[in-house]
Each structure stands twice: as C-alpha cells, then as structure tokens.
Design a protein around this ligand. Structure first.
Ligand SMILES: O=P(O)(O)OC[C@H]1O[C@H](OP(=O)(O)OP(=O)(O)O)[C@H](O)[C@@H]1O
Ligand SMILES: NC(=O)CC[C@H](N)C(=O)O
Ligand SMILES: [Mg+2]
Length: 499
C-alpha cells in the first residue's frame, strides 16, 4: 500500500511534495522518492528509508521545478532493493517518471509482451516498472514530437486494456504535465484538488488520500473515478476524461479497516466515520451474542483501532481506557518487512499500564487480526499486567485469504485465520474469547457512507477476487514467490550481490 502524490504549481514543489510524503508515510515505510521537472529536465532522488531520512536539505535543493511526483513504498512485488524504489524513470518517449500504488495481477504476461512486442527492457522485478513501460509504449504509438492531451488519454485507455489488477498512478511527462489515473475497478484510492494562489492562479495536486491535500491547504475536488484520467498541463490547466470502456467500482475495504488515515475521505466515505460504524456494529453483535458478558473495560490496541474501540465502549456502556502506550518513534508493524522485525517491533511499540489491567476482565480491540503477530503478544502482555480475563474483538472479519491488489499478504499459511475456525484462532492467540465482525456488517459499516458503491473488494475475507483473473494456480505461484521466507532470501541475496 504505497502513497503517491503529484503537484503542478507556479513555484517550486519540492517542499510541498516532501510534506505530502510525511503525511502519507503510514502507507509505506520502506523507501521514499521525489521527481521534479524544471523546464524539460527531470530531477530524481529516491532511497530506502523514511521520508525524513531520505531527503537532506542539501539534496532537496536539487529538486527544482514547478511540477513533480512523489512516492512512499511498501513493496508488494520484487524486493526491498533501492532499484525498486519509486518514482521509476524511462527516457523514451519524452522522459517519463511514474509513481504507483497497487499491484498488477498480469505482470508476468506483460513482461513478455513488453520485451517481445514492445522491445523494451525491464530491469527489476517491480510490477510498477512494467506498468510504466506499457504506458511509455502506448504513448509512443502517437508517433509525434508534440503531444496532445488526447494522445495521453488514448495511452491510458490502452493501459486499461493491457493491465489487470490494482493501479492508482501518477506520471510526469517532462515539460508537458502530470497525469493521474485509476484502474477500472478503482481498487486503490486517489483524489485530486486545487489551491488558489494570491495572484489568482491555481495549483493542482493529486494524492492517495485527501489528508495530504488538507495539510497542504488544497481543496479536495473529488476522487479520480475508476478508469478515469486527470491531466494537468505544466501551465496549470486541468483536463479529465473517462478512458476505460467498462468500469465497475469496487474499492478495497481494507483501506477503511486499516490502511488509510482516519481523517481521510475516500470515495466520499469518511474513514473515521466508517471506523465508528464498525465499532457500533461490533458492539451490537456482542450485545446480541453475549448479552451476559462480564467486560469491565474496553482497551484499544493503538493506533488504528482507537476509533472503533471508543465506539464499542460507548455502545456497551463500559469504561474505555488507554491501557497500552505507544512508542511514537516506532512505525506501523504490519507493513514492516519480515516476521522477525514485526514481532520485535510490537514489543518495542506497545507497553501496558498495569493499573488498567490488574484484576479486570478486559476487552482488547484491534482493527484486524492478520498474521496474529500483534494479538498474540498483546494478550500475553495483558495477562502479565494482571488481567483476570482477556477477551479480544476484531473490527474486521477473519483474514483468511491472500490479497493480490497491493497489500502484502501473499501467503495464506501466514494468515492466522487461514484454515482455522474462530475458536481455533482464539486458542492460537491465547484469548479467553474472540469476537470477529461479520463481513456483511463490515460492508454495511463502510458502504453506508456512499450508497452509490455497490461492491467492495473484500477478497482477503471472502476469497472473491473482483478482477476475475485469480485462480488457485495464481495464488500458489505468488505464495511460493512472496512468502516471508522467500522474501527474506531474495532481499539477502540482493544485499550480497550489491556489497
Ligand atoms: O495480526 P497482525 O499481523 O499483527 O496485523 C494486524 C495488526 O497490525 C496493524 O497494526 P500496526 O502496528 O501496523 O499499525 P497501527 O499503529 O496503525 O495500528 C493493525 O492495526 C493490527 O494491530
Ligand atoms: N504497495 C504498493 O502499492 C506497491 C507498489 C508496487 N507494486 C511495488 O511493489 O512497489
Ligand atoms: Mg495496529
């Protein structure tokens, strides 16, 4: 789940893009990059690490130009090497730089096409590099030295025909402008907005989440529609066009559960309100199925579950207490690479305040249980802090199946609920009782914010893959390629080769 941003302004955009990346940091902690365009010259800086570590003030000065794109990465393809950090650049045609959030599901097929038919070279295992080259080839088909906006939109239409999976994308065309587009299912979020300058001119921004626009004083105009493209000329003129022949809006429900910031609005749904409704629904389920419960206190597992946990306590009429303190210098553990690091970080990140647990029956609330790394350790911490009974509630249903659309959970056997009943999961994480949200309730909780959305991507809960191209063979292939062990080996091999 990467974060992407793009700005066209009448001033340098380097500082604004940097600020946007710090606001989108929760979407990717592995690498960060910015590409700007000064006249027709592109400047690019990217590296592994957090935004604040990648860009020094001296390096920032080199990123001159009034338009640019930026990316924070959480890998879902390839490895964690610097070569796969984004933006990606290709020199032909025109000079293009791309930042992508999502994951293509026909990368292997496209790679062959790109090599054999388009005669282009792919230098990494990243699906995003393939996507850029498909776009580059299609743009080249215009066969002109001077592009029109229509040529750009036509190339997007061709990308929609060739690429499958999830892609929210920004592409900078040197000297010409910035393009943003979204796959025909609108799986990953992408919005755009404007900011008025004192001289009456307007700046435009495209970003993964509206919170990035808020912080930079841009006014959210709307989401890019599934299949639609937005083009902002270097001179600051905005164009939009639907480029897909067929669309079927199915945004990823996990954005609302975990990924997005609560202060973002995605597809006209407030993430904060959706999480409150998740809490309310779950409380109703507890009241219905466990009316004689003996919960003394509701305790959230910071950060993401706070919003729904507060609502659960309110509905149940039980005290809400912050029993776990979070170390603000440790990032999100779920998006860290490798299980060893994730496990170690939970302990470093969260510490229990004993007096909130001592002799009490506590209901711990998390937004989701995925690998079970957090829940298992947290339940033990609650017991060590003196809790009498430790109950656990998850604002999302059991995560049983891999995600192939931009969340790195490719291996079913690494998911704690895969092949287990709820009771077995409860035992595995060591809880006295486990309550999961029902999928229909989750869909209602999110969908209530925008009745026009008829379907969500719920594949990790339901095993229904909306792009229609995912079968058991595909899942077995990505499991073999991207399970934790395989990733660790690939990353280590890459490090050795580059010593
Ligand atoms: O079952 P698991 O594999 O542990 O994954 C689920 C946990 O990971 C996430 O927290 P994370 O620390 O990433 O971020 P947060 O601070 O936003 O809650 C999520 O909020 C759950 O707490
Ligand atoms: N999480 C994402 O959106 C990842 C983008 C791309 N698939 C990569 O691995 O870099
Ligand atoms: Mg969490």
């Amino acid at each position: 789940m990467c974060g992407i941003a793009a700005i066209v302004s009448n001033q340098n955009v380097n500082q604004d893009l940097y600020d946007a990346l710090t606001v989108l940091q929760h979407r990717g902690q592995d690498a960060a990059g910015i590409a700007t365009c000064e006249g027709s010259r592109l400047h690019l800086l990217k590296d592994n690490g957090l935004t604040r570590d990648v860009f020094s003030s001296r390096e920032m000065l080199k990123l001159q130009g009034n338009m640019g794109i930026a990316h924070v990465r959480y890998p879902t393809a390839g490895c964690t090497s610097l070569e796969e950090a984004q933006p990606f650049y290709v020199n032909s045609p025109f000079g293009l730089a791309l930042a992508h959030n999502g994951n293509l599901t026909n990368t292997e097929e496209l790679k062959i096409q790109v090599f054999v038919d388009d005669q282009r070279h792919i230098n990494t295992d990243s699906d995003s590099e393939v996507l850029l080259n498909v776009f580059a080839h299609e743009l080249q088909q215009a066969g002109k030295l001077t592009l029109t906006i229509e040529d750009v939109f036509k190339a997007v239409g061709a990308v929609h025909k060739r690429c499958r999976g999830a892609y929210a994308v920004v592409i900078m065309i040197a000297g010409f402008g910035i393009l943003g587009f979204r796959d025909p299912h609108g799986i990953r979020p992408i919005v755009f907005g404007e900011r008025k300058n004192e001289d009456g001119s307007k700046d435009f921004m495209i970003a993964s989440e509206s919170v990035a626009l808020d912080v930079l004083d841009f006014r959210l105009m709307r989401d890019i529609a599934p299949g639609e493209a937005v083009f902002i000329e270097a001179s600051g003129k905005l164009h939009t066009k639907q480029c897909a022949e067929k669309t079927n809006h199915c945004p990823c429900i996990f954005e609302y559960v975990y990924f997005a910031r609560p202060d973002s609005i995605i597809d006209n749904i407030s993430v904060y309100k959706a999480r409150m409704r998740m809490g309310k629904k779950l409380a109703k389920k507890i009241q219905k199925d466990w009316s004689n419960n003996d919960i003394d206190v509701v305790i959230p597992i910071p950060d993401t579950s706070r919003t729904s946990a507060l609502q659960i306590a309110h509905e149940l009429g039980v005290k809400f207490r912050e029993g776990f303190m979070k170390n603000r210098y440790i990032g999100r553990t779920f998006i860290m690479p490798g299980q060893t690091m994730r496990k170690k970080s939970v302990k470093q990140k969260l510490n229990a305040i004993s007096l909130e647990f001592c002799g009490k029956n506590v209901l711990l609330v998390d937004d989701s249980v995925v690998r079970g790394t957090t829940s298992e350790q947290i339940i033990q911490m609650a017991r060590d802090a003196g809790a009498k009974k430790v109950y656990f509630a998850s604002a999302a249903p059991p995560v049983r199946y891999p995600n192939v659309y931009g969340i790195d959970m490719p291996a079913a056997h690494e998911l704690i609920a895969h092949g287990r009943t709820e009771l077995e999961v409860c035992k595995a994480i060591g809880a006295d009782k486990l309550i999961y949200q029902d999928l229909d309730d989750l869909i209602d909780a999110v969908g209530k914010g925008n009745p026009n959305i008829k379907q969500f991507d719920t594949s990790c809960f339901s095993h229904e893959y909306i792009t229609g191209d995912i079968d058991d063979e595909y899942l077995a292939r990505i499991e073999a390629l991207r399970n934790d062990g395989a990733q660790e080996q690939r990353n280590a091999a890459h490090k050795t080769a580059h010593k």
